[in-house]
Design a protein around this ligand. Structure first.
Ligand code: ZN
Length: 297
C-alpha cells in the first residue's frame, strides 16, 4: 500500500521501479528526499539516508522535528532547504523525539533561523551533561505530563509514557490527522537491532500497550520501513509480540545459568526469520534480554 506522495527524486525512483524490485529502488534512491504524507494537507517526511523526521506546515509557521544530521555536516541546512521548497513560513519549533544524536544532531541552521528547540526534560538534562558540539541544546523542557503545541490551527500533542527505547522519548500525535511520530521504539515491520542497547525491556511492553490504546491510524517511524510504508497498530502489536517471544525464550535460558555466551548462541526467534533485519538484530536482542534475565539489569 502506497502511503506517500514523492515530491523529489521522482524520476530516479520511477527508473528504479522499471529496472528492478524493491531492494533495487532502496539502493538507488537519492540520499535525501521529502515526501508529503498521503491524505494530509501539511504533513511531510524529510529523509536523510536511513533516518527520517516529520515536519508540519501551518499558516503561522512550521513545526519541525529531529534534524537527523549526525555525521552529516550539511544535513541540517539540507533539511531547512527542503522545508523552504515547501513553504516560506518560518520554522517556529524543532521538537526532539529523544536524546540520541543520530536523530537530533545538526540543528544549528534551525537555531540560527530562530526556531525554539523543545525536548522531554530528561533529554534536556542529558544533553546538557554531554554538551555534544553538533547538537543544539533544548530551549524548553516537556514535563512528564506532556504539552500540546498549537500553531496555525494545527495541534501537535507531545506525551510521555515512561521508559522504552530511551528514557526521554516523546510520542508526537497529530489528533486531526490521526498520525503518530515515534522514533526507534517501534521499528515498522523490522527486527530491532542497535536500538536495543539503550532499551528498557520491561517498561517497553507497557509503553507499547499505551501507544496501542491511543487514538491514531498511521505511524511515521524514525527509520524508513520496508517500501517506506507507514506503521499501523498491527505493527505495534507485532513488535510487542516479538519482544514478548524474545523475553520468554531468554528467560528460560538465563534461568538455566547460560548467560552470556551459551544463551546468546542458543537464542533464536522462531517465526521471525523472514523479517527484515533478523540476522543483524538477533545478537542485540539476545544481549539485552540476557542482561535482563541473566543479570537483572
Ligand atoms: Zn534512539
Amino acid at each position: 500500500m502506497v502511503h506517500l506522495h514523492r515530491l523529489f527524486g521522482t524520476a530516479l525512483i520511477a527508473l528504479a521501479a522499471v529496472c528492478g524490485p524493491v531492494h533495487a529502488q532502496q539502493a538507488e534512491r537519492p540520499p535525501i528526499a521529502t515526501t508529503k504524507v498521503e491524505g494530509t494537507d501539511n504533513v511531510y517526511i524529510f529523509r536523510n539516508g536511513a533516518h527520517q523526521a516529520m515536519f508540519v506546515v501551518t499558516p503561522e509557521g512550521v513545526i519541525a522535528t529531529d534534524p537527523v544530521a549526525y555525521g552529516r555536516p550539511t544535513g541540517g541546512q539540507a533539511y531547512l532547504d527542503a522545508i523552504r521548497k515547501v513553504t516560506d513560513k518560518p520554522v517556529r519549533y524543532v521538537v526532539y523525539s529523544h536524546h540520541h544524536f543520530d536523530h537530533i544532531a545538526g540543528g544549528r541552521a534551525f537555531k540560527e533561523a530562530g526556531a525554539t528547540f523543545i525536548a522531554h526534560r530528561r533529554a534536556k538534562e542529558r544533553l546538557e551533561q554531554l554538551a555534544d558540539p553538533h547538537t543544539v541544546l533544548p530551549d524548553e523542557a516537556v514535563p512528564d505530563t506532556g504539552r500540546t503545541i498549537t500553531l496555525g490551527g494545527t495541534q501537535l500533542e507531545l506525551t510521555y509514557h515512561g521508559l522504552n527505547h530511551s528514557d526521554s522519548t516523546l510520542v508526537m500525535r497529530l489528533p486531526k490527522e490521526r498520525i503518530l511520530f515515534v522514533v526507534d521504539t517501534i521499528p515498522v515491520g523490522q527486527v530491532p537491532a542497535r536500538g536495543m542497547i539503550d532499551f528498557h525491556p520491561v517498561e517497553t511492553e507497557a509503553f507499547l500497550q499505551k501507544v496501542i490504546a491511543m487514538d491514531w491510524d498511521r505511524l511515521i517511524p524514525g527509520h524508513p520501513g520496508p517500501g517506506d510504508r507507514l506503521g499501523t497498530k498491527k505493527d505495534v502489536q507485532d513488535q510487542l509480540g516479538l519482544l514478548q517471544a524474545a523475553s520468554e525464550q531468554m528467560k528460560v535460558l538465563a534461568r538455566e545459568g547460560k548467560c552470556w555466551d551459551t544463551a546468546e548462541k542458543e537464542f533464536k526467534l522462531s517465526g521471525y526469520e523472514n523479517w527484515p533485519g533478523y540476522a543483524n538484530g538477533l545478537p542485540f536482542i539476545a544481549r539485552r534480554y540476557c542482561g535482563l534475565w541473566g543479570r537483572g539489569t
